[in-house]
Design a binder for this molecule. Structure first.
Ligand code: SF4
Length: 354
């Protein structure tokens, strides 16, 4: 190698090293000033964090995670579909939309006894939060809604956190759900506002934000996150994280899902989600919303245990357990129990959460 070449490579290396150090310090600095959760993040700040060198990003997220949470305590939640299929909405990822031929049969709302039995089984397997989803455009005050309220009361009697996701929600329905014992209402924003209409056209981003406001006003906690792999850009992911992290109060719960590609849906041919994308999303969510429970949600069936371990290191503090996540596959209870033993994780007890 000639002298000049060596010097040229050295200069390049110096530049690279200084840019890495700068980036790393920027992430550190942002973390250091964040003694309390901030809700004045700029998109530029979130972008700097999201694009930090991956190992620096995970390391910083792990530090934030340890500051706010016990990193060995992971909440197990179980998600049951209580009213499957036949939904009028057009969410492009969803096998439950009546608009797509996915082979899924529409079913009636489950009766309270059946749901109670499933919740009991989940509790015995270590779940402390029982989430129930109905494939509806919105919750309306009718006989089915009354049945949902009865289901909520029954599940609540098991001393579990109760979460429901029933579509859009008005102020009155939100109040009645809270009175029946609902802990949290899930309503995901799915993606950034600019990309949103590529995925859903039957309700607006503002409709979603209005539902979230009704949930907050009724005193339920907000569970709100998104999906990686819909064809969105990194900018769209940063937009989503910006919307979530600049809410007046951060969501208590932030599910991060990897798209589960289902034949018959418009997104069936999307490329699989890379683990690196999930890690960036989880770690950035952990840093900008340090108190939130970041939930490693759909897509775990496609991840091995090493990949899931990295997600926990990056700040994920919850998983969904049980063989089904609404209508798609999920690792079973035994598999997760074995993973927890392997990684030295414990299932969160509710007292820890208070
Ligand atoms: S509203 Fe829910 S159930 Fe209906 S299509 Fe969208 S994601 Fe699926």
């Amino acid at each position: 190698m000639r002298q000049g070449e060596a010097c040229g490579s050295q200069t390049l290396l110096d530049k690279r090293e200084s840019s890495l150090r700068k980036n790393s310090m920027e992430v550190e600095a942002l973390h250091a000033v964040s003694a309390q959760p901030r809700n004045n993040w700029t998109k530029e700040e979130i972008s700097t964090i999201y694009h930090a060198p991956l190992l620096e990003l995970i390391f910083t997220a792990a530090k934030v995670h340890r500051h706010w949470h016990d990193p060995l305590s992971v909440q197990q939640c179980t998600l049951l579909s209580i009213k499957t299929g036949g939904c009028s909405e057009d969410c492009a990822y969803c096998p439950q939309s009546a608009r797509y031929d996915t082979g899924l049969k529409a079913e009636k709302l489950l009766d309270p006894d059946a749901v109670y039995a499933a919740a009991m089984c989940a509790k015995n397997a270590g779940s402390t939060r029982f989430c129930m989803g109905a494939a509806w455009r919105e919750a309306r005050e009718n006989a089915q809604f009354e049945q949902v309220l009865e289901i909520v009361r029954r599940v609540k009697s098991l001393d579990m956190e109760v979460c429901v996701t029933l579509g859009m929600l008005g102020a009155d329905e939100a109040r009645r759900l809270k009175e029946a014992g609902v802990t949290a209402y899930n309503h995901n924003l799915d993606t950034g506002e600019e990309y949103y209409d590529q995925i859903i056209t039957t309700r607006t981003y503002q409709d979603r934000l209005d539902t979230i406001q009704h949930v907050r006003d009724a005193g339920m906690s907000v569970c709100c996150g998104g999906i990686v792999g819909l064809g969105e850009s990194e900018k769209d992911r940063i937009d989503l994280l910006h919307t979530l992290s600049t809410m007046s109060e951060h969501p208590e719960s932030v599910p991060v899902n990897a798209l589960v590609r289902v034949d018959g849906t418009p997104l069936a041919d999307r490329p699989p989600v890379e683990i690196w994308e999930m890690l960036r999303m989880i770690a950035t969510a952990r840093i900008v919303m340090p108190r939130a429970r970041v939930r490693l949600s759909a897509g775990r069936l496609q991840m091995n245990q090493t990949e899931q371990a990295l997600c926990f290191l990056a700040g994920a503090s919850s998983i969904f357990t049980g063989e089904k996540l609404l209508t798609t596959g999920n690792p079973g209870y035994d598999e997760d129990k074995q993973m927890f033993q392997l990684l030295g994780l414990r299932s969160l007890e509710l007292e820890e959460n208070n």
